[in-house]
Design a protein around this ligand. Structure first.
Ligand SMILES: Nc1ncnc2c1ncn2[C@@H]1O[C@H](COP(=O)(O)OP(=O)(O)O)[C@@H](O)[C@H]1O
Ligand SMILES: [Mg+2]
Length: 269
């Protein structure tokens, strides 16, 4: 009598067969720029701000775009927020965008709280409800007891935090920050950078930040994208692995940071 073949462990009855393995999940993208060109035309003069600019930003990633003044950084964020359309190429943005413009754009006739609440009012939330929702964030953003201050009573760093609070309050997952700390002195800027990292750790978002400051980019981002002078396109990309729980001082004085900075400056030269 023929004995049945022993069933090997590798043979699985059809009912128990695992689901067919699907293709590996594609990373989710927050924004993709494919061979983007942007030409402004005004009063008979045309300016190429970007040309052949390609970049993918994954959901949850922190990307810093660094380039000289006039290379098209603000234009890139305007494209991201669909304030302008590309002249050539494609821009696909799959996450709602909270844009923090280059100037803080706080209105002097409103208190800090009512300035922050503007973000929600612009989305149609009634005034009192908007203020009620903005108020709890003041403590988290180090602005407690300044809710009723006027903008001229706030320091530069506090104004930036109100503007940032307003940006975050929209609840939108993609933060597009345009030189958010550019107007601050270097000490306040360093504090604000650490504060931003803390805020993002508590409430993770995708970050697309533009700056002309290489150190700021290497301090805040997972990936630094170097852009050429106008018309801007990507000259180099630098991956940053800042060890967790390394203090800012230890990071910016490390050999690794110095190496990345040299790489960035060379790409900018
Ligand atoms: N609305 C506009 N109309 C005409 N030219 C513009 C406009 N906005 C920006 N530009 C020009 O496009 C180029 C890129 O500008 P911008 O994106 O603001 O650069 P960056 O933010 O890197 O300094 C500059 O030469 C600028 O003068
Ligand atoms: Mg700009």
């Amino acid at each position: 009598m023929d004995l049945p073949e022993p069933v090997s462990a590798a043979v699985v009855a059809p009912a128990q067969r695992p689901e067919p393995v699907s293709a590996p999940a594609q990373p989710a993208y927050a924004a993709r720029f494919d061979a983007v060109g942007l030409t402004y035309s005004s009063r008979g003069k045309s300016t190429d701000a970007l040309n052949g600019f390609s970049l993918d930003v994954r959901s949850g990633e922190r990307v810093a775009v660094v380039g000289p003044s006039g290379c098209g950084k603000s234009s890139l964020l305007a494209l991201t927020a669909a304030l302008v359309a590309p002249t050539t190429g494609d821009v696909v943005v799959d996450e709602a965008v909270a844009l923090m413009p280059q100037r803080d754009l706080l209105v002097p006739w409103r208190s800090a709280l009512r300035n922050a609440a503007l973000a929600l009012e612009a989305q149609g939330v009634p005034k009192s409800e908007a203020a009620r929702r903005a108020a709890p964030l003041f403590e988290r953003f180090g602005l407690e007891s300044f809710e009723n201050s006027r903008t001229w009573e706030l320091s530069g760093g506090m104004r930036q935090r109100v503007a940032f609070l307003r940006t975050v309050l929209t609840g939108r997952p993609l933060l597009a920050l345009d030189e958010p700390f550019g107007a601050l002195d270097s000490i306040t800027r360093a504090q604000m950078q650490e504060w931003l990292l803390g805020a993002l750790a508590d409430d993770p978002r995708t970050l697309l930040l533009v700056t002309h400051d290489v150190e700021e980019a290497l301090t805040l981002a997972d990936r630094v994208v170097i852009v050429t002078p106008r018309p801007g396109r990507v000259a180099a990309e630098i991956l940053v692995h800042r060890p967790r729980r390394t203090s800012r001082t230890d990071w910016v004085t490390s050999l690794e940071f110095a190496g990345l900075k040299a790489e960035a400056l060379e790409a900018l030269a």
